[in-house]
Write a protein that binds this ligand. Structure first.
Ligand code: F6P
Length: 545
């Protein structure tokens, strides 16, 4: 088995702090702690060029981080010592890299070229992936052409995709991001256990012309199955017994979907070795493919592949660089969170997708061998679209006591049309965070002395700027794959497994128990005093007499 952080490096089974290069990294940071970004730019006029990188159609500028060529050399040495390149080779060739669940993590196979050979247990998985893609394409083509008929003979004109977490966040984000490429089908999404979410998604739709797609890798997730039941009842009320004409599913367990009531030719399977939050390229994106069409979906996969190929070919790839910077900010500079701010209304749900991708992957305290990780791991990821975010949380970014690295993402031709003011805001925020405004500068503007401290900006706040010309399907694929590989890089550096999520289990189990107790008026809950008392209050308020 292949272990993150322990593969092929010179520090097998040791923590990131034991990597030979670690003390040098820490020492370099200490040496440069007083070196401002202003000083760095003055000292090196070529800084922007040497710290900006092309990745496919993306332009990635890390010049506003407190780093230089020496930092990069040390970071890439760290990646090698922690086995990052070898881990990616093992991951993409189908080795078991998800140790705690005993399987590969082969999301890259979902977007591999059709003639690639990737074997799991001696069997090439690529032909199976291509077959599913073709089935999805022919079904969604028929949907888009109005050739899929419901129980009463009406053409399906609306698709409602049910799912949660990885079976929802990525595809729903992508459908919004690529809305300008959508066709005539109405495609909606619902996730929340609160029935209001699905009720809202179904509002105004006619069951006779609606397809419900149940997306669940396990087909056991409580939220999704509850929504599926709610949707099925809505269909039944509208079209009667023949509801299966209005159902489809995406799952790694097709037999469970069939048992639930989806006809087998409408079940689009994907392998268990695709992690939920890495599954955008899988059949959970049926709704997305229905919206944008198979050709555009193929372009998105090609964009992902382009990034996969860079990570495979280059040890100093951009995704690995960003993963290294994330770990460095977290461990060496103590940044507890990172904000992601797309200056794009279309990409406004990208932070939501990244929250699951990064926090479910990196929110761990033990390494793959079960030992505590030294120091902090994954940062809190948060964000919202600019410029809205500027009027919500940027005050904290500029003047709060903690430094929060920011990812700015922008487009020269956003969906709403070329908009210099939008780009100006992105660039201005990055500049203001990096260089601030000194007390002297503020005082020189005639501000009263009492207000000078309030109007001073410390600066030195790092950001990455990612630019692209336009948010096409390919560019979206590149962005998603960039963040996936960045996340895996950080996990490998820390020696943790990015592909499991045991941390969500305990709450789920307790919820089942509490739900049973709440529904049984005779039960006398035996939890802690706080939970018991809250349950009593809930019961009292649930059915007021
Ligand atoms: O949140 C836990 C989780 O297991 C995620 O990892 C997953 O994406 C989500 O639930 C949904 O799971 P499923 O696709 O099996 O319904």
């Amino acid at each position: 088995m292949v272990q993150p952080g322990c593969l092929g490096g010179d520090n097998r089974e040791m923590s990131i702090h034991s990597a030979a290069v670690w003390p040098e990294l820490v020492a370099l940071n200490a040496d440069q702690v007083d070196l401002s970004l202003v000083d760095r730019f003055v000292a090196d006029p070529q800084r922007a060029e040497s710290l900006s990188f092309a990745l496919g159609d993306l332009w990635v500028d890390v010049a506003k981080h407190p780093i230089d060529a020496a930092t990069l050399d040390l970071l890439f040495r760290l990646a090698k010592q922690r086995g990052v390149p070898k881990f990616f080779a093992a991951m993409t060739s189908g080795e078991v890299v998800n140790q705690t669940e005993g399987r590969p993590a082969l999301h890259t196979a979902l977007r591999a070229s059709a003639n690639a050979v990737i074997e799991v247990d001696g069997v090439n998985v690529v032909p199976g992936v291509q077959d599913t893609l073709e089935q999805l394409a022919s079904f969604t083509d028929a949907l888009r052409d109005g050739k899929v008929l419901g129980a009463t003979g009406h053409a399906i004109r609306a698709v409602v995709s049910l799912g949660i977490g990885g079976s929802h966040l990525g595809p729903a984000m992508a459908a919004e991001a690529l809305a300008e490429f959508s066709g005539d089908l109405e495609v909606r999404w619902a996730a929340n256990l609160d029935r209001a979410d699905l009720t809202q998604a179904l509002a105004g739709l006619d069951p006779a012309s609606t397809l419900i797609v149940v997306c669940s890798k396990t087909f056991t997730t409580a939220e999704t199955l509850a929504a599926a039941e709610q949707a099925r009842a809505w269909l039944f009320a509208g079209v009667g017994d023949e509801v299966s004409a209005h159902l489809a599913a995406a799952t790694a367990f097709p037999e469970r979907a069939v048992t639930w009531g989806v006809s087998s030719d409408r079940v689009f399977a994907f392998p268990e070795w695709v992690g939920g939050r890495f599954s955008l390229a899988s059949s959970v994106s049926l709704g997305l493919m229905a919206a944008i069409g198979a050709e555009r979906f193929g372009e998105m996969l090609a964009g992902m592949r382009l990034v996969d190929d860079q990570v495979a070919a280059e040890e100093r790839s951009v995704p690995v660089l960003l993963g290294l910077l994330d770990v460095w900010h977290r461990q060496v500079r103590g940044a507890a969170s990172r904000a992601v701010v797309p200056y794009s209304h279309a990409l406004r749900r990208f932070p939501d997708h990244l929250q699951q991708l990064e926090m479910e992957s990196l929110g761990k305290s033990v390494s793959v061998d079960g030992r505590p990780v030294e120091g902090p791991t994954g940062a809190v990821i948060w964000g919202a679209a600019g410029t809205d975010a500027q009027h919500a949380f940027f005050q904290l970014l500029h003047q709060g006591p903690e430094v929060v690295p920011v990812d700015f993402i922008g487009f020269a031709q956003p969906a709403g049309g070329v908009n210099d003011a939008l780009m100006a805001n992105l660039l201005a925020q990055a500049e203001a965070l990096a260089f601030g405004r000194s007390e002297q500068e503020v005082a020189a503007t005639g501000v009263s002395p009492a207000l000078v401290p309030h109007r001073t900006f410390a600066g030195g706040r790092p950001s990455t700027v990612i630019l692209a010309q336009r948010l096409t399907p390919s560019v979206l694929g590149q962005l998603v794959a960039l963040y996936e590989h960045r996340t895996v890089t950080a996990a490998v550096l820390w020696g943790i497994n990015p592909f499991d999520q045991w941390g969500v289990e305990l709450g789920k189990q307790l919820a089942v128990r509490i739900a049973d107790e709440l529904s049984d008026p005779e039960s006398s809950p035996n939890h802690d005093g706080s939970t018991n008392s809250l349950m009593a209050r809930y019961r009292e308020w649930r059915n007021p007499s």
